[in-house]
Design a protein around this ligand. Structure first.
Ligand SMILES: Nc1nc2c(c(=O)[nH]1)N[C@H]1C(S)=C(S)[C@@H](COP(=O)(O)O)O[C@H]1N2
Ligand SMILES: [Mo]
Length: 519
């Protein structure tokens, strides 16, 4: 068998393919090194996560809304996949270019590292060292690219040593992939070890509340199949946040600083909270991103310390009108201060349905203020409270033009029948939930095919801060039937018919469900 001759040189198709592979292997090696380094620095400094997080913050509001609406809780997975796809495409291009223009290819790969670096160091609260994983990733990727391209070029030379060179390319390539895999696994392991706060969470013993939730009235719930249960389990509770990697704060290390316009700034530890008499309340929490009838709402039994009590201890001043809270991951949320102090059950919560807060819901501590959407009141992983003024500091969502106050709109939702469900003719049960936190729900009305409104049967109100389930029945003839629902809040104000989108202060309009009634 003759040695490789000029005639055997790879076709341009093969060159593109090899170039693409070289680019991907180089980028993969860089990524792996980056992940490994992030395992040591801190998870959110991972080049991919840093770019993703920067993307979330930079994305215009309509794009964010589209993402939440379209992908729901999978929005983060979609985002990370998007970053990876762009990365792979750029790496492929770099690999193909590098065969003839190694400097250009290297520059492109280095540029990817630079993007990661810039994203990492500009995250809120980031240090310069947060750029190290991306820096190492970029250097590793360039080094691997140069090595592979050199070997590849040697392999293409029309000389007798072509065979060993080709073998060298193969070996170098395989070794890089293997090294990349090892580094990636190691990175994941290191991260899992450092990230894991489940031990800290499992060790938390929640005390019995000094001020337990008021007893539930008889008839506080109904059990129509398919209706949202009155209490949402922690597992089923919706999750909305901008955190690509969950903040991991061991309870033992957590502190809350209360400062700003206060006369006695204080700092509290988790034990300080446990050692106070805790308050337990049933509260409904909802997200401003809900379309009419949307899924991001739930009711749980929260355990915590009244926020007003803490702020008074700190000597909050009368000149502030905003409570600015900051989370471990740099999120800022601005809450109107007056309602926090008006005696409502605004809590710094550490327990949810009898358990320590799940990590995705803010372990070890979060806020909840009845009457406000989550984006202006429910800071998870909260570490700092500052008394300030709305005209002085703008919180994260307010900077993005959402309403600074975020008072919840009255909303009612049809859970049963599901949209487009097929039901038998005759008696059809229509049921769901309605909420208007801190104002309560006084009436729910339902109509079929634009006919007369009929009052639904409501479960007993647990408090003005919780949702109420409702049910009613219609006699439905076969065909396509459309049910609509509307509620009135505790002040008797009817839910407006006008359809508005979630931006900038919450969706309004009546929820409807179209079903097929069969004969
Ligand atoms: N740190 C942090 N807290 C946050 C958010 C966030 O992005 N980061 N999102 C808020 C929003 S928009 C909502 S609706 C609630 C959701 O809380 P949940 O995920 O526990 O349901 O958390 C709020 N608290
Ligand atoms: Mo939200």
């Amino acid at each position: 068998m003759p040695g490789m001759t000029t005639n055997d040189r790879p076709s341009s198709g093969a060159r593109v393919l090899i170039g693409a592979l070289v680019g991907i292997v180089a980028a993969g090696a860089g990524l792996a090194i980056g992940e490994l380094a992030a395992g040591f620095v801190s998870p959110e400094t991972s080049p991919v996560l840093a770019v993703g997080s920067a993307g979330i913050d930079l994305a215009p509001t309509p794009v964010k809304e589209f993402a939440i609406r379209t992908f729901g809780t999978a929005d983060k997975l979609v985002l990370v996949s998007g970053v990876l796809v762009v990365l792979v495409l750029a790496a492929v291009l770099a690999g193909i270019l590098a065969r003839t223009k190694l400097a250009l290819g290297s520059l492109l790969v280095a540029g990817l590292g630079l993007i990661g670096l810039l994203a990492a160091v500009t995250r809120p609260g980031a240090a310069l060292t947060d750029g190290v994983p991306s820096l190492l990733a970029g250097l590793a990727a360039v080094a691997v690219l140069v090595l592979l391209v050199r070997a590849w070029r040697r392999g293409e030379r029309p000389t007798a040593d072509a065979e060993p060179s080709r073998r060298a390319l193969l070996i170098a390539g395989t070794a890089s992939v293997a090294a990349a895999a090892v580094a990636a696994t190691a990175g994941r392991l290191v991260r899992a070890a450092t990230l894991d706060v489940s031990g800290s969470r499992a060790a938390v013993r929640l005390p019995k509340p000094a001020d337990p939730a008021p007893p539930l009235p008889a008839g506080y719930r109904t059990s129509v199949p398919g209706i949202s249960p009155f209490f949402t389990s922690n597992r089923d509770f919706y999750r909305v946040d901008t955190a690509l990697s969950l903040p991991a704060i061991p309870a033992e290390e957590w502190t809350l600083r209360i400062g700003g316009d206060v006369s006695r700034p204080i700092e509290l530890s988790f034990d300080d909270l446990l050692n106070r008499g805790l308050t337990e309340r049933d509260l409904t929490l909802s997200c401003v991103s809900n379309q009419v009838g949307g899924p991001y709402v739930g009711t749980t039994r929260w355990l915590g310390v009244p926020l007003g009590e803490l702020l008074r201890e700190a000597g909050v001043s009368g000149s502030s009108d905003q409570l600015l809270s900051r989370s471990e991951d740099g999120m800022t949320i601005g809450t109107p201060l007056e309602p926090v102090l008006d005696g409502r059950d605004a809590l710094l919560a550490i327990g949810m349905n009898g358990e320590p807060l799940p990590v995705e819901h803010g372990f070890p501590a979060r806020m909840i203020v009845p009457g406000f959407y989550g984006y202006t009141s429910a800071t998870k992983w909260v570490v700092e409270l500052t008394a300030t003024r709305f005209d002085q500091v703008q919180a994260y969502w307010t900077q993005r033009d959402w309403d600074p106050r975020g008072v919840v709109e009255t909303m009612s939702r049809i859970d049963v029948p599901r949209p487009l469900q097929r039901v038998r003719q005759g008696e059809v049960t229509v049921a769901g939930v309605a909420w208007a936190q801190h104002r309560g729900i006084s009436t729910v009305q339902v109509r079929m095919d634009g006919g007369p409104w009929q009052d639904a049967e409501l479960t007993e109100q647990v408090s003005a801060d919780t949702w109420r389930q409702w049910r009613t029945t219609f006699t439905a003839r076969p065909g396509t039937r459309r049910f609509e629902v509307r509620a009135a809040d505790g002040n008797g104000n009817l839910q407006p018919a006008k359809r508005t989108p979630p931006f900038p202060d919450g969706a309004t309009g009546w929820h409807s469900a179209v079903v097929t009634v069969t004969g």
